[in-house]
Design a protein around this ligand. Sequence first.
Ligand code: ATP
Ligand code: MG
Length: 750
Amino acid sequence: MSERKDFLRTIVEEDLKSGKYEEIVTRFPPEPNGFPHIGHAKSIVINFGIARDYNGHCNLRMDDTNPSKEDIKYVEALKDAVEWLGFDWGNSVHFTSDYFPKIYDYAVELIKMDKAYVDSLPEEEMREYRGTLKEAGKRSKFYKRTVEENLDLFERMKKGEFKDGEHVLRAKIDMSATNMKMRDPLLYRIKHSHHFRAGDAWSIYPMYDFAHCLSDYIEGVSHSICTLEFENNRDVYNWVLDTLGLKPKRPYQHEFARLGINYTVMSKRKLLEIVQSKQVSGWDDPRMPTIAGYRRRGYTPESILNFCDQIGIAKANSMVDVAQLEFCIRDDLNTKVPRVLCVLDPLKVTIENYEGSEELDASYFPDDIDKKGSRKLPFSREIYIERDDFMEQAPKAYFRLTPEQPVRLKHAYIIKCKEIIKDASGAIVEIKAEYYPDSKSGSDTSGVKVKSAIQWVSFADAKPIEVRLYDRLFSDEAPEGIEDINADSLRVVKNALIEPSVLADKPDERFQFERQGYFYADPIDYTDEKPVFNKIVGLKNSWAKKTKVVEVASKPEVKKAQIDGEVVPMSDAQKILFAKYTDKLGLNSEVANTLARDEKLSSFYGEALSVFSIPVGLANIVANDVARELKEKQLDELKFNASQIAGLVKMIDDKTISSKIAKQVFEEMVKSGENPTKIVEDKGLVQISDPSKISPIIDEVIAKNPDNVAKFRAGNTKLIGFFVGQVLKATGGKANPKVVNELVSKKLKG
Ligand code: ATP
Ligand code: MG
């Protein structure tokens, strides 16, 4: 059991102590309309975890009351997920559809008690009659139907005599209840639809509010744990059970905060759209936030369980950083998996003074002397190293192989570069090297100093593999769905080379490819002919810096200055710059660090500053967007210049454009070298800040989403983000977010 006792466990313990229940029975009640995602994992861990902790039982129940979207394949996926996470649902999976006859009987009972009636208002009017938060609703004229009439109509609904939507069964509660959910909620609707289990037996299906509490009751559930958005449904839950007199041992509903993770979409509906769009290979694509996706990517059940434990159980919604999930898998694998050598982008090295070949004894855990396990690593005259582990003209802080600087081959010898072979275009195709015979790892008497050890593979023995490198699936921190998919989230390296031991058996194992990250043999596509490995996660949190600043950027110079996590000290000149940036210009230390360490960037920045002195705004763009361009290009190859960048930042600063639009303008500048002001004019990208222009758009969004308005007014203030997002979208990102935010708040509260 986890050490912290959460509020749910506190309730459970009190209920056991007071004798309210003798046995704890919980349930995990998914609708089989999609693959379970990481949010479901949290619910699984809570429900099964509590049952386990208190010697109780947790049912796996398919909440299959909406036939048109459900499918047996989702049932299987749900079972797989629960099992993989290590939980046991006992003898059989439960289905709400198994209770349809009983639930029907309860409905008949309610009608007989005059607590339910058949309503035949058109949907539109029914919505109007519900009233608003401020106004009471009113009842339809059908409310007055007699018990006999209702029984007759309900039976004929069941027999299939009516069309979809013609009638519904409603509870007779209170049309002026402050809780809108209590305004005569729907209990049954007509739906002529084939059910994947019940077949065509039913023409009516119970609504969540009716089916859920009764299913809980039928199964003898004690604690019905659900997410916060069902808070208002609790009154209905209680009303149904109380009105039917289902006592004394009956379930009670308790709500917890649902899990939200940044850069992640957690809605089965949206995930289905993504699957259907074919932008991923399926529900189990390793980039998907589904349990099947994480599993295929190489995550372990332990890492997901640890994550759920770390985030805890709360009563207030919050957003978790996706880095925390990555931390959990890295943390789990770090102590468990063997370290092996793999080269992603091979550069040939011929060691001219080495003859023959040998097999080196190489520990699987070179950094942990307590851990045993090793393999034979073939070494020979011709090897491959990683292309970027050699540089002809290296900066000072480059610690790997250069014409002047020797390097250690991990587990093997130290080599030095003798000659660089280039092709006609000037690209390096091979290095001729020499090794130091007395520098063998473990018995090095050479006295040669090196600054790092790099991975390599033997030319004759290495095996080609395909490596799939993943980036986050969504480019937006709070992605809406399909429109925020990162088009570069998958990079396939077709011909990486790996040391032979890894492929000796079909590895259902995870590995650390030294200096590259953690990898897993793809359970679906891996074959002996074509071994495929998925990158599970990198060795370090490469996003930590990125999320703080405006945009994701690779910081090439800084990266090169880091060897296995150690940061190279700054030169005195860099230190002075750094101090100026942080103390005088108010830059944060990440950005200051990036700029100060890179001469190209700092001079570009200085030039831009002299045009418009907007230190922070300029620094963000230079350290991120400009830096990204300079990764592959020299300064004089850029189409834009410092003064144009200053112009771009000026427009953000004086609110002519939003920073989101600025990204678009920047992309255009990269391509065309056009002036930012001209791009903004030509494309009509000027930010809209005038409330009278924004106001009607907001009204429209509000009118289109009555349900969310109701939820907001019922207390779900988080929905403000939804409304702001919709308005921004409607304006193509041009509306001033601050103004939108203020106006939306005012109108929703209004
Ligand atoms: P989605 O909105 O993604 O379709 P859902 O809530 O409709 O999810 P269900 O299949 O009805 O999905 O959910 C099964 C259980 O999982 C419910 O008890 C639900 O509260 C819980 N659950 C769903 N999403 C989350 C989440 N993000 N965090 C915690 N629990 C969740
Ligand atoms: Mg749902």
